[in-house]
Design a protein. Structure first.
Length: 147
């Protein structure tokens, strides 16, 4: 079963359970997927659907930070719940140790020695980790290794 089908099934279950927060999160993601398909004039495969879900998680994490700064505990809980729900649809995330090992290997393969080579290293790592790691975390680890 593909990601879009899983989202549809989860949406039906959320409707039956009358879980408004879960239903809202799934509808938002489905809407974004549909908009992306319309804009790109192509049906998204599971990899591209996972990218849309990851971008939605990133948006929600940013919103979560803003809500925490404004002391909106009621909304923080709802956003956190939606983030956890959406993460269920993504492949297992890589650990920092796995990302670090791959970064070290890429740096050695490319002969990277300074921050000027960061683009080359990131260019090699990002496609490798698509959907399985947060690019900001990968970037942070590569910066540490190159400095």
């Amino acid at each position: 079963m593909g990601l879009k089908e899983r989202l549809n099934e989860e949406m039906k279950q959320a409707m039956k359970a009358k879980d408004k927060n879960r239903l809202s999160a799934i509808r938002m993601v489905r809407s974004e997927i549909r908009n992306k398909e319309i804009n790109d004039r192509v049906e998204l495969d599971d990899e591209r659907v996972a990218e849309v879900i990851a971008s939605q998680i990133k948006k929600r994490k940013d919103a979560l930070e803003q809500l925490r700064k404004s002391n909106r505990a009621d909304l923080v809980d709802a956003e956190s719940e939606q983030i956890e729900l959406l993460q269920q649809f993504l492949p297992e995330q890589l650990s920092e140790a796995e990302i670090e090992a791959a970064a070290v290997q890429a740096i050695e393969e490319l002969g990277a020695t300074s921050m000027r080579d960061m683009g080359k290293v990131m260019g090699k790592l990002v496609p490798q980790f698509r959907g399985r790691a947060d690019n900001s975390l990968v970037s942070q680890i590569v910066r540490q290794k190159l400095s």
